[in-house]
Design a protein around this ligand. Structure first.
Ligand code: ADP
Ligand code: MG
Length: 247
């Protein structure tokens, strides 16, 4: 099986803090892969390195066979690799539809793209995707008036506007109430099965990641501790110890 994303020996330090050390992992095309680990284990740093948010100290990152570790965030996004953040990044004083439009065309980015796309296909796609995440009836509300869970759904829909080949989600269910969590899991699975988007998901909620991912990588202290199918990871003593040790 060909890996859509291949991370090989990636390291990243911030001053004296070794956030990632010699990490290697693969995300095969069409799959949903999980990334877990206690707080501070380096999950978000790895995502930031992959999408070009900061330079890495060493190693290689290949997406669809091409080295991307020296590319910028927009260059990588244009190749179809998009991430969402642990904290939502929406414009609270704009409506849901406006947020969708402004997040859209990476080519004509910014305000010009926003005005150009307003009457056009972009608008239709925004409406379709808001429908997909269950926010269509709220499309003209200010994003800041949505619940936190709904804002996460909006952010997910915004990421889909860029037609990603692969979406990397950083703790998509954090802070969401249990009813919306199930809806979000369902939407993530449908984005994978219906739109063919490969998913790489950081998740703190064990129940969620066990339900979602078919293969899970676990980080601890910036290094890869374990990997395997959900059942094996759940009962892996090293993983259990890492989580217990973190609390
Ligand atoms: P996780 O997402 O698993 O909770 P992070 O990747 O956010 O972990 O953090 C890993 C380590 O790197 C932590 O010790 C954190 O304090 C440190 N770190 C992350 N980002 C920065 C940064 N921009 N500057 C300095 N230290 C950072
Ligand atoms: Mg994090």
């Amino acid at each position: 099986m060909t890996a859509m994303l291949s991370v090989a020996g990636v390291s990243k330090s911030f001053g004296g803090v070794r956030a990632n050390h010699n990490i290697s992992l693969q995300v095969p095309e069409g799959k949903i892969i999980g990334l877990i680990g206690p707080n501070g284990s380096g999950k978000t740093t790895l995502f930031s390195s992959i999408v070009g948010f900061h330079p890495i100290d060493g190693g290689s990152i290949r997406f669809q066979g091409k080295e991307i570790s020296r590319l910028t965030v927009p260059q990588i996004a244009r190749r179809g690799l998009i991430r969402t953040f642990q904290q939502t990044r929406i414009y609270s004083k704009m409506t849901c539809v406006q947020n969708m439009l402004i997040s859209m065309p990476l080519k004509g980015a910014g305000l010009l793209g926003f005005f150009e796309s307003q009457q056009s296909r972009g608008h239709r796609r925004a409406e379709e995707l808001l429908e997909f995440v269950g926010l269509h009836s709220k499309r003209h509300l200010l994003a800041g008036d949505l619940s936190f869970g709904q804002q996460k759904l909006l952010e997910f829909a915004m990421a889909l506007m860029n037609r990603p080949r692969m979406l990397m989600l950083d703790e998509p269910t954090a802070g969401i109430n249990p009813t919306l969590i199930n809806g979000l899991i369902d939407r993530l699975k449908r984005a994978n099965s219906e739109f063919g988007i490969t998913l790489f998901v950081i998740e703190h909620n064990m129940r969620v990641i066990m339900n979602l991912a078919e293969h899970i990588y676990c980080l601890a202290h910036g290094q890869l501790l374990a990997e395997g199918p959900p059942e094996a990871i759940q009962s892996d003593q090293r993983v259990i110890d890492a989580y217990l040790g973190a609390h």
